[in-house]
Design a protein around this ligand. Structure first.
Ligand code: GDP
Length: 297
């Protein structure tokens, strides 16, 4: 495979965790993501405005970073994973303290478990008069998520996405878990990663959001993704700023694909554009053959 061609003498270094927020509808996933983006003190000072590119990076005052997939709920997580892409390191399970465990809470737990993604519980809406965070702990314990304070190994953080209470503590715990998981990636060498979104822009042509998982992606890099290829013509971060390069766990919006890659496709940088085109063409032919075969059956 292409990956095997990449020499493995490069050192692996700690990388930011890639996090998805899950939970029952109305339990506060969107509000939590919005509040988290606003705690991005450094960015606020620079006046950075969050673009919608499908993922965003939050930087703590001490410089540590967390990448959040923007799509709340399970869609991003499951559809990407269903296509074989492994990008999520940690799932934040949001449970409203005034509502407790609901059907989609259970679904979220099952998904995270099926894909072996560790869960941190954010017990949300603790500002509400009817909030009962202990009830959430009891209900989740019955499902096998036992709080650390009860001798289990699941981190629970009581938060209010609305007032921002304890949200920074939640971020601290996400980073603590990331440290325990020893998430690492090589920074040097050709980039590879996953396409998380793509769209056709009338002016700019195919636009794709990629998450770099290994190596560093640079403007000018020839790249293959699924059955398409291209050369990175321009690259932007989640605040819409132009970038020349992007390291592990960085989501970037890129221009330069010949056709739209699909969410869930993996991408990889190759030596030159000619090779990129050849690989994409071979893959396309294979795919068409398989489709013919399956129609014939
Ligand atoms: P989602 O469906 O999980 O994305 O939930 P939303 O973020 O859209 O939140 C659903 C509703 O709950 C909205 O009206 C929010 O304003 C409200 N909400 C979310 N978090 C909190 C919270 O911490 N406290 C209170 N009081 N309301 C909240």
């Amino acid at each position: 495979t292409l990956e095997e061609e990449i020499p493995d003498h490069w050192e692996k270094l700690p990388r930011p965790p890639i996090v998805v927020v899950m939970g029952h509808v109305d339990h506060g996933k969107t509000t939590l993501l919005d509040t988290i983006r606003k705690t991005n003190v450094a960015e606020r000072e620079k006046g950075g405005i969050t673009q919608h590119i499908g993922a965003s990076v939050v930087q703590l005052p001490d410089g540590r970073k967390i990448t959040f997939l923007d799509t709340p709920g399970h869609e991003a997580f499951t559809s990407l994973r269903a296509r074989g892409a492994q990008i999520t390191d940690i799932a934040v399970l949001v449970v409203a303290a005034d509502d407790g465990v609901m059907p989609q809470t259970v679904e979220a737990i099952n998904h995270a478990r099926a894909f072996n993604v560790p869960i941190i519980v954010a017990v949300n809406k603790i500002d509400k008069p009817g909030a009962d965070p202990q009830r959430v702990r009891r209900e989740l314990s019955e499902l096998g998520l036992i709080p650390e304070e009860w001798g289990g190994d699941t981190i629970f953080v009581d938060v209010s996405a609305k007032t921002g209470q304890n949200v920074e503590t939640l971020l601290e715990y996400i980073l603590l878990l990331a440290e325990i998981l020893e998430l690492k990636a090589r920074v040097e060498g050709p980039a590879k990663g996953t396409v998380i979104e793509s769209k056709l822009d009338k002016q700019r042509g195919p636009v794709a959001t990629l998450i770099v998982q290994e190596g560093t992606l640079k403007v000018g890099d020839p790249v293959v993704a699924g059955t398409t290829y291209g050369k990175i013509r321009a690259m932007f971060d989640d605040k819409g700023r132009k970038l020349n390069s992007a390291g592990p766990s960085t989501p970037v919006e890129v221009l330069g694909f010949e056709e739209l890659p699909m969410a869930g496709d993996t991408f990889i940088v190759v030596e030159d554009e000619k090779k990129a085109r050849q690989i994409a063409e071979i893959r396309k032919q294979k795919k068409e053959q398989q489709e013919k075969l399956s129609r014939g059956l």
